[in-house]
Ligand binder design. Structure first.
Ligand SMILES: [Zn+2]
Length: 123
């Protein structure tokens, strides 16, 4: 069951990279703050290439292995001063795109559609 969840997540992440221009990283880095920092740098180095990000960490992966669900962190890249959309709204837009893609691959998503809560994915 965990294997099926992993394989569907990989498919969704591949599509999110290609279609949605997200940095999508599986089982990445030790914890949320280290991952967030590294991804932020990656986007800053190539801001025209990326719109946002989604990832789960090695910590999250242990939960995935044991309990067969995973929490995904996500967000929009830092918005520019001349953008009309506030950061939080941009984050939610990215979250909805991720949710849509996950559901397309047949995964179940539990998320309250706010930027404050990570996206929980169950098989
Ligand atoms: Zn860390």
């Amino acid at each position: 069951m965990v294997e099926e969840l992993r394989s569907k997540l990989k498919t969704a992440f591949r599509n999110l990279r290609k279609q949605n221009q997200l940095v999508a990283l599986a089982n990445y880095s030790c914890c949320q703050s280290c991952a967030g920092y590294a991804i932020g740098q990656r986007i800053e180095q190539n801001p025209s290439k990326y719109r946002g990000y989604v990832f789960w960490t090695k910590q999250d992966d242990e939960v995935l292995e044991d309990l067969n669900f995973v929490y995904l962190a996500f967000g929009s890249k830092r918005i520019t001063a001349n953008s009309n959309t506030p950061q939080e709204e941009s984050n939610v837009i990215i979250g909805r795109e991720i949710k849509h893609e996950l559901e397309k691959t047949g995964l179940k998503v539990e998320w309250n559609e706010t930027a404050n809560e990570r996206i929980k994915v169950v098989s």
